[in-house]
Design a protein around this ligand. Structure first.
Ligand SMILES: NC(=O)c1ccc[n+]([C@@H]2O[C@H](COP(=O)([O-])OP(=O)(O)OC[C@H]3O[C@@H](n4cnc5c(N)ncnc54)[C@H](O)[C@@H]3O)[C@@H](O)[C@H]2O)c1
Ligand SMILES: Nc1ncnc2c1ncn2[C@@H]1O[C@H](COP(=O)(O)OP(=O)(O)OP(=O)(O)O)[C@@H](O)[C@H]1O
Length: 667
């Protein structure tokens, strides 16, 4: 009787069928009860046979003493009966179909539909299934199951199949409130109790199925939306094959004349790639909108530049992909894309956006100097954050020329106006600068006014230093590092449609999913495209860009990766496992991190160490490489700057050198 609780577990009980057979000697191993002497019992089958397993997963069997059979026959219209000990070949086929269905559902789950509950059957299906089993049951047991030799096989009443399933269901439900019949009729008491169990299980199955169906439909919808969005991004990123605007117009001057915010047409944005990549392709400066009419004095055109790939300034048109040759069936990589990238201005930059670390005395001293020099010496428009403009004006009304933006609409189109971003602070200021651009980012020159400065190669110890550096950058050409960013989207289980979705967030370092204030292990299911990766059980997970590889990911045991390597890092935080090593995945994958429904607690996502968001069970985070990298100016070149940072910033592999003298080496 204690095993009855098993019937109440919806995930394990999907099909109820009454089995009629002898109560002793175990009927068969297939349906043997926990206690052969008990009046009725049920038990799940642990047979290794695949078919039996399929049947078992959705079968709970109620065994009756043979003496109960007459009563059972009397109450037959309530529910159909079958002998599952020896299903017919036809029923095997049905089981195989169910297995296939289940495998398809599992695949779906791995493709992002992971929260779908196990398959369930409606009471109608159950009754139908049972009826057909009754109809197909083989009394002779020709295709015997394992250990069914002693089974007394009996197919009961075809009347079950003549009764409509809804009537059977109704009858089964109607039985629920009925109290046991006369106490002297022990058989009927037992039988009514069994019927209650069956009816209760039927109801649970129906409830479970409805919930599972809703959930599956919701995940399918979300998956389709995600697919459509990715396709859209892909299409947008595709380059027009018909030659670029610059090629068609020939001269630099023409390009510039046409490149006003209002005049550019969408078909001018493609670039043939033969001469490097044009800035309009990267920065999408065709945008128009509220910023153009802003009350603030925003300029309407921005400088054009060209990117070229090559060593030490030597140009190469083959910049986009590795060039692979297939001559005579041999695959040879002729040229690689990861060459140093040079940025060359085609027109003079006009607007510089200065971003500063707040509350820094050092920065407060140097900012007015730089703003004055840019305006006076180079006749550059200076743009700052609204807070900073107020501070500058409070200091001196001379800074009235400094511009800012008014509202979020202006901010969204900042990239169409700004030629160059200058940051004064540490790595956090570079991250902040990147976060202000939700799309394309203009080139960033990062001056080190922080403590570590891994991504801030330019020194600013005196005014000579910044003038020289800025002068060189404004003149060009200069090396840049294209730092990739991750686009992260939180998908809430509760979101009913796409309109309710939160805005995607772009990160330059990483997105972290951790346990926040919870004291439980974080439990996260991770998928890469359509493949299941792993379950994280630990403090959390870091999904990092290569730029972020030297930040939190490094602290959690991840590798340091050169920022131009096209990769995404997958680094666990304190995993409670001896074998969970960090991974480096290719940049083109889409990662999905799901908080499963059976997670004990919530998880928290944070983006470049900010914007903490709570993830409830059922919520997911989807990450893929964003199409808009952050181009940061190099002091020397990507590799030299990276090695300098790991040596000077992180003191990488610092060790006293072994003395030359000592015992002779053994040969
Ligand atoms: N245990 C850790 O190491 C840990 C914990 C939390 C956050 N972080 C990092 O802090 C970053 C946020 O930086 P913040 O300045 O706003 O916060 P912060 O002021 O707390 O500074 C974090 C430190 O990380 C350094 N840093 C940031 N980005 C880096 C990079 N790409 N390479 C090398 N060092 C880098 C900064 O210079 C600073 O010293 C997060 O993106 C995360 O990577 C690290
Ligand atoms: N313009 C800004 N507005 C608001 N917050 C900012 C701004 N610039 C930087 N911050 C924040 O200020 C914090 C400190 O900045 P930053 O990291 O640049 O200085 P630091 O810690 O002294 O330098 P480092 O990162 O090199 O150690 C960071 O958390 C960053 O996000």
């Amino acid at each position: 009787m204690q095993d009855r609780e098993k019937l109440d577990t919806p995930s394990r009980l999907h099909l109820i069928s009454l089995n009629v057979g002898p109560s002793s000697n175990g009927t068969s191993t297939f349906v043997s009860g926990p206690n052969p002497d008990s009046d009725y019992s049920y038990k799940e089958n642990h047979n290794n046979n695949k078919r039996s397993e399929a049947l078992n997963k959705r079968t709970a069997v109620v065994l009756f003493r043979a003496s109960l059979l007459p009563d059972l026959r009397r109450l037959l219209p309530l529910i159909s009966l079958s002998t599952l000990t020896n299903p017919s070949p036809n029923s095997y086929k049905r089981e195989e179909k169910e297995m296939e269905k289940k495998e398809r559902r599992n695949l779906g789950s791995r493709m992002g539909l992971s929260a779908i509950s196990p398959p369930a059957f409606s009471p109608e299906e159950i009754i139908q299934e049972s009826s057909s089993l009754v109809a197909n049951g083989s009394p002779s047991g020709t295709e015997s199951g394992h250990g069914t030799e002693n089974a007394q096989l009996e197919t009961v009443g075809s009347s079950a199949s003549t009764l409509s399933s809804s009537e059977s269901l109704k009858a089964a439900y109607a039985l629920l409130p009925i109290t046991p019949i006369r106490s002297n009729d022990a058989h009927l008491v037992e039988f009514s109790e069994a019927m209650r169990t069956v009816a209760k299980a039927l109801r649970r199955v129906a409830e479970g199925k409805a919930a599972a169906q809703m959930e599956a439909a919701e995940w399918k919808r979300k998956y389709e939306l995600e697919k459509a969005r990715n396709l859209k991004h892909k299409n947008e990123a595709e380059v027009e094959p018909e030659g670029c605007f610059c090629c068609m117009n020939g001269t630099m001057e023409n390009t510039f004349d046409e490149l006003t915010v209002h005049d550019a047409s969408p078909d001018q944005n493609g670039c043939c790639g033969n001469h490097g990549i044009c800035s309009h392709q990267i920065l999408g400066d065709e945008a128009s909108g509220p910023i153009a009419n802003s009350a603030y004095k925003m300029v309407t055109r921005k400088a054009s530049f060209r990117l070229s790939w090559g060593y030490n300034g030597e140009q190469s048109g083959r910049h986009k992909h590795d060039v692979v040759s297939f001559e005579q069936g041999d695959i040879t990589t002729a040229s690689r894309s990861n060459k140093q990238i040079l940025l060359k201005w085609e027109t003079q930059p006009q607007t510089v956006f200065i971003i500063t670390k707040p509350n820094s005395n050092e920065v407060q001293l140097i900012l007015p100097e730089i703003a004055r020099w840019l305006k006076g010496h180079e006749n550059i428009n200076v743009l700052v954050e609204p807070r900073l403009r107020k501070e500058l004006l409070a200091e001196d009304s001379y800074f009235d020329f400094v511009q800012t933006w008014q509202d979020d609409d202006d901010l969204k189109l900042l990239h169409t106006k700004v030629d160059l971003v200058v940051t004064l602070g540490g790595d956090g200021t570079v991250l902040w600068a990147a976060s202000l651009f939700k799309g394309p980012v203009p080139p960033v020159v990062a001056f080190a006014l922080g403590s570590l400065g891994f991504m801030t190669p330019f020194q600013c110890l005196d005014s000579e230093q910044y003038r020289e550096s800025l002068g060189n950058i404004l003149k060009g050409p200069f090396s840049i590092t294209l730092r990739s960013r991750l686009q992260c989207q939180v998908i809430r289980d509760a979101d009913k449609d796409e309109l309710e979705r939160e805005e995607p967030i772009l990160v330059l370092n990483e997105v972290t999913i951790d346990r926040g204030i919870s004291s439980y292990l974080t439990f996260l299911e991770c998928y890469c495209d359509s493949s299941f990766v792993t379950c994280v059980q630990g403090d959390g997970l870091i999904i990092s860009t290569t730029s972020g590889s030297t930040a939190y990911s490094l602290a959690a045991g991840g590798s340091m990766v050169h920022p131009q390597v096209p990769a995404i890092l997958f680094t666990p935080i304190c995993p409670h496992s001896l074998s969970f090593r960090p991974l480096i995945l290719p940049e083109y994958v889409t990662l999905r991190v799901q908080v499963p429904f059976n997670s004990r607690g919530q998880a928290w996502a944070s983006f470049d160490g900010k914007d903490r968001k709570q993830l409830a069970p059922g919520d997911a985070l989807i990450c893929s490489m964003a199409p808009w990298p952050v181009p940061t100016a190099c002091l020397v070149d990507s590799t030299t700057d990276f090695l300098r940072s790991i040596h000077e910033g992180l003191h990488w592999n610092l060790r006293k050198t072994q003395a030359a003298d000592g015992p002779p080496a053994l040969v």
